[in-house]
Design a protein around this ligand. Structure first.
Ligand code: ATP
Length: 238
């Protein structure tokens, strides 16, 4: 059984300039588990992921991943230490082929063993026929698969996914979900997944946290979340 490291966020505050958007977040994800971060538009989900990966936001408080103090790192250092963020806009390089995009993931390997393109094709079979295609010719769903696979090429120990199901056709949402489950089975990786699609989240995670207006409104197991529909009604209904 693969073993992976716990993520602990303590007393996290976050700002964009003078705009204060996260307030005293405390959060734990046990190594190897998958946490869904749910919340309405603007609740602070993306900001939490950026705070962990150290990009584009100012924070105070602690972010620990295993023995690493992520809050003391720059984004490139966090990446080399094993943190990979797949952003909402995916950032596929349009003039490169899918295979070239995947190989870019190796740049963040740090000292960890590199993963191969063939391993990624095993997890996401749809990639097989896309390897020579240029980024600009991919559908949104294909881009999402490539972005997740590229992150996995860096052998991450902590994978952060920002709204992986957003805007995707149902068939490809299923493929993304299957790929995630394959990743979990095969590799020691802790996953944090920001989502608006509660059903997709519930099919693919162990634990749930709900953010409302920059504060944690709920944290618990998936079953506990499902058993308390009032949480969904209060914090997630538009
Ligand atoms: P979404 O689903 O829209 O991405 P979210 O839950 O991920 O929502 P965040 O993107 O984390 O929310 O935004 C949290 C708050 O921070 C919002 O009020 C948003 O307007 C604000 N915000 C986000 N990015 C910036 C930025 N670059 N500069 C200033 N404020 C920002």
């Amino acid at each position: 059984e693969p073993v992976s490291d716990r993520l602990t966020v303590s007393g996290l505050d976050a700002w964009y300039g003078t705009a204060h958007v996260l307030f005293g977040l405390d959060l734990t994800v046990e190594g190897g588990r998958t946490l869904a971060v749910l919340g309405r538009n603007g609740a602070g989900k993306t900001t939490l992921l950026r705070s962990i990966a150290r990009g584009m936001v100012t924070t105070t408080g602690e972010v620990r991943h295993g023995s690493h103090r992520l809050d003391r790192m720059r984004p490139d250092q966090a990446a080399r230490s094993g943190v990979q963020l797949v952003p909402e806009d995916r950032r596929i390089l349009t003039s490169l082929s899918v295979e070239e995009n995947l190989l870019l993931g190796h740049r963040a390997c740090g000292g960890r063993e590199k993963r191969s393109v063939a391993e990624m094709v095993e997890m996401f079979p749809l990639l097989e026929n896309l390897l020579s295609r240029r980024g600009f010719a991919l559908s949104g769903g294909e881009q999402q698969l490539v972005a997740i696979a590229r992150a996995m090429m860096a052998s991450p120990t902590l994978l952060l996914l920002d709204e992986p199901s957003e805007g995707l056709a149902p068939r490809i949402v299923q493929e993304v979900g299957e790929g995630l489950r394959a990743i979990k089975e095969r590799y020691a990786v802790t996953v944090v997944l920001a989502e608006q699609n509660v059903n997709f989240a519930m099919q693919n995670v162990d634990d749930v946290c709900v953010i409302d207006d920059g504060r944690i409104a709920f944290q618990g197991g998936g079953a506990e979340f499902q058993a308390r529909p009032e949480i969904r009604d209060r914090y997630l209904k538009v």
